[in-house]
Write a protein that binds this ligand. Structure first.
Ligand code: ZN
Length: 445
């Protein structure tokens, strides 16, 4: 006797869309059976004409807790995730303090406990010099992050020796290395320009040019090859970066991600959204956007994430000396799925691709493939019910992130999110939250 059966819907996976009835027991997918098959269950729900999509896994989000809770909290960030169909959030370590050792990881877990609306995994930052990677791996950290630009000196790995040292310890602990490709020397050269030359968004683009990304990618892959470290390259968005990735990817165990906003906007977005669009890397040309879309379609870029990095409206709207001084980042958890579905509607991706890059691939790459990322037997029953006959409108006033602002205000997409299940429990609908704070901390084993 199953707990619950979803009847009559079509199930989306990375490899196809098939009619199945979905049987759920103890929060897990217990069976997929032919439509109308005789199965006994305590409860049956009729979802004729609907699509069942796997809960999304966002591999890259900043939830700002501890220390920056005026920007976001575990509760507000994961509420945004839940309403957007993201049922697993992998949290970055760049809060205050950074999550970088057993103590800060334990503190972060304690803060999250009982305050999360979706399942959450934690990533830790590599300090220069030493890090107790083995201990952190035992604690279930989902990745170990190397930053090559834009961070405080103790976390800045701006030379090859430091990158290789960090990768060696990650590799020997069996961990996954997340690495942000950048070039601190170009950033510093830009920083020495007169303030008047740093006022515009164009100058900000020059501080993080495609060649900085491409060099960062090349260096990361070569270091990974040398140290036998598995790496995941963060937030790339340039055609030149893709060129480096394609030519070198065979040398190491490497995956790469981009962000959904870089699949939609080019640098013209600075004219319409100004400071709200400021994030690193900068938005690039329309050509780069096309190249990124093609790379997602052909699998070169296998993960699409949000880089959810909210700031308060007041922080974004203040006057800054240089455009580069505007706090970088924007909200994205609530809009990831609607925007990807919008791109499906425009014929840029198909649903199967979205299931791969937003569900299956991030789950498997970060060691959660046994539980997350697909509607298949044995996995957690994290399921989004989509209604193909209804449209969904993204508007600023519905955003629950403390950012209170989305670049996607006004975007229309279909199908619409009708209901969200987390481990078999109905947690949200198109009307809002149903069952709050049922999220759990998940760990890579
Ligand atoms: Zn980030």
């Amino acid at each position: 006797m199953f707990d619950l059966v979803f009847r009559g819907a079509e199930v989306v996976s990375g490899s196809g869309i098939q009619a199945h009835d979905v049987c759920i027991e103890d929060g897990k997918i217990a069976a997929l059976v032919l439509p109308g098959s005789h199965v006994a269950a305590h409860r049956e729900l009729a979802y004729q004409g609907k699509l069942l999509f796997p809960g999304l896994v966002d591999a890259h989000a900043h939830l700002r807790e501890p220390g920056l809770t005026h920007k976001e909290t575990f509760e507000s960030g994961t509420r945004a995730a839940l309403l957007g169909g993201v049922t697993t959030v992998l949290v970055m370590p760049t809060d205050d303090p950074y999550t970088a050792d057993a103590e800060t990881l334990r503190q972060k877990e304690a803060l999250a406990y009982g305050q999360i609306n979706v399942d959450v995994g934690f990533q830790v930052a590599m300090r220069r010099g030493t890090a107790d990677v083995t201990m952190l791996a035992t604690m279930g950290a989902v990745s170990f992050e190397i930053f090559t630009a834009d961070v405080p000196p103790e976390y800045l790995h701006d030379d090859l020796a430091s990158i290789m040292g960090a990768m060696k310890s990650i590799s020997s602990a069996g961990g996954l290395c997340g690495i942000s490709p950048g070039d601190q020397s170009i950033l510093e050269a830009w920083g020495r320009l007169a303030v008047s030359d740093r006022k515009t968004s164009q100058s900000f683009e020059l501080s993080r040019p495609p060649i900085a990304e491409a060099t960062g990618i090349a260096r990361a892959i070569l270091a990974a090859a040398e140290t036998r470290c598995r790496i995941h390259i963060r937030q790339i968005n340039s055609e030149m970066g893709l060129g480096a990735l394609r030519r070198l990817a065979d040398l190491a165990d490497v995956t790469a991600e981009t962000t959904v906003q870089c699949l939609v906007f080019d640098h013209a977005v600075y004219e319409t959204h100004g400071a709200h669009a400021k994030a690193s890397p900068p938005f690039r040309t329309a050509n780069d956007v096309e190249a990124m879309r093609a790379a997602v379609r052909d699998g070169t870029v296998s993960v699409v994430a949000t880089d959810h990095a909210p700031h308060s409206l007041a922080e974004k709207q203040r006057v800054y000396e240089a455009f580069g001084d505007v706090p970088g980042g924007m909200a994205g958890l609530q809009t990831l799925l609607p925007v990807m579905l919008h791109l499906v509607g425009k014929g840029i991706f198909d649903l199967e691709t979205v299931a791969r890059v937003c569900c299956e691939n991030p789950a498997s790459r970060f060691g959660l493939g046994g539980r997350k990322g697909a509607i298949s037997v044995g996995k957690d029953a994290d399921v989004i019910v989509l209604d193909p006959l209804r449209q969904q409108h993204v508007v600023n006033r519905d955003q629950v992130s403390k950012a209170g602002y989305t670049l996607f205000d006004g975007l229309v997409s279909a199908p619409a999110i009708e209901e969200v299940y987390l481990r078999g429990q109905s947690v949200a609908s198109s009307q809002g939250l149903i069952s709050p704070l049922l999220g759990e901390i998940i760990r890579t084993r």
